[in-house]
Design a protein around this ligand. Structure first.
Ligand code: KG4
Ligand code: ZN
Length: 341
């Protein structure tokens, strides 16, 4: 592990705009002083994120979000030492708003810029609040677009050792929620209904995928056929059994995720285990992971709710560790919709 110099008065403004949240955060000497987000309710009407509407909303919200982040942190523009932004992966139109805004503001203030990888930032959220995981650790990173097991060897240094071959875990939640006629994003609603349901009532298929990879397409199809058959017998089946269906759906997704996490820990011998990304806000997953800590002898790390779904705090902390290594970006660096970790 590289040793880091820690100069004083490092004040980073970070911007996250990769999908449908416009977020800004201030990190001062490695502490997050503010983390502000404007969420875009408009997408719920369409059952998913509409890229064009997301970019437009970012342009509307970004100035106010940055102002509030500075005010909440008790800092002014003149205090800023560097501006960080999510370079990718994400929706290109959305990324361009954050990247363009950051570059323009940095030029105006004559400060350097720092580019941040969105999925690395989800993992780096673990360095916001203690206790911090020890290197090397494994992180199950589960979001709307990704499902990965990552081996983390240093700040911002990580390798993907397992990934999904089709849908992401967040998509599995959102798409099954759609089948249950729940609005987008359905993940948090499945979580809420599942609390009152019987997780063993219905069985859905689990994939047989080699190594540490994941698949959710067979599971999704099994939920679809199950609902079609049951609704054929009783048209009110979903409304009458929504708690049990959500609990059983959630239970299966968690089993698919944690089966591979156990395998990854056995293969690597690593027992420092973290979760990150939007789906790590799921209460069933959080409880299961805490139970696995005892069963498997793991030290587990679960982020605070505000740092699970997309937020600029995670971008700011990621940038702070890049700042300490003098890893600044050139001003002509482009946004990347696809960017390997
Ligand atoms: O990390 P994130 O905010 O955005 C991406 O980078 O994709 O993740 C969003 C995903 C959505 O699929 C959403 O349904 C899911 O995270 N999610 C949840 C919960 N909260 C957010 N899924 C299950 N349970 C939750 N409580
Ligand atoms: Zn994300």
């Amino acid at each position: 592990m590289q040793s880091l110099q820690t100069p004083n008065n490092i004040c980073i403004l970070a911007i996250e705009s990769s999908c449908d949240d416009t977020s800004a955060a201030i990190c001062y000497n490695g502490k997050i002083l503010s983390n502000v987000a404007a969420t875009q309710a408009i997408h719920a009407e369409y059952g998913g994120v509409v890229p064009e509407l997301a970019s437009r909303a970012h342009t509307v919200n970004i100035v106010a979000v940055v102002d509030v982040a500075l005010k909440k942190a008790g800092k002014t523009k003149e205090d800023i030492s560097a501006i960080a932004f999510t370079r990718g992966p994400g929706l290109l139109g959305s990324l361009l708003v954050g990247v363009g805004f950051s570059k323009a503001m940095a030029q105006g203030l004559d400060v350097p810029i720092i580019d941040v990888h969105h999925m690395k930032a989800h993992v780096m959220a673990h360095f916001i609040d203690a206790p911090f995981p020890k290197f090397p650790f494994l992180c199950l990173t589960v979001s709307g677009g990704h499902t990965q097991i990552v081996k983390v060897t240093d700040y911002n240094e990580m390798e993907v050792i397992g990934t999904t071959i089709d849908d992401a875990a967040g998509e599995a939640f959102d798409k099954t929620a759609k089948m249950l006629k729940l609005p987008y994003p359905g993940g948090p609603l499945i979580d809420r209904y599942a609390k009152n349901g019987d997780s063993k009532k219905y069985k859905f298929s689990k994939p047989r995928v080699p190594d540490l990879d994941f698949s959710f397409s067979g599971f999704k199809t099994s939920v679809m056929y199950f609902l079609r058959d049951e609704m054929g017998k009783n048209p009110n089946f979903i409304t009458e059994n929504v708690d049990d269906i959500c609990a059983s759906v959630q239970y299966t997704i968690i089993e698919i995720l944690t089966d591979k996490l156990k395998k990854a820990s056995q293969q690597t011998g690593i027992k420092e285990i973290a979760i990150a990304g939007g789906v790590s806000a799921n209460n069933g997953l959080r409880t299961t992971l805490s139970a696995l800590a005892d069963e498997q002898g793991w030290s587990v790390y679960i982020p605070d709710y505000q740092y699970c779904t997309d937020n600029a705090g995670m971008v700011a902390i990621s940038a702070y560790y890049k700042f300490l290594k003098n890893e600044f970006a050139p001003i002509d660096i482009p946004a990347l919709a696809r960017w390997k970790m």
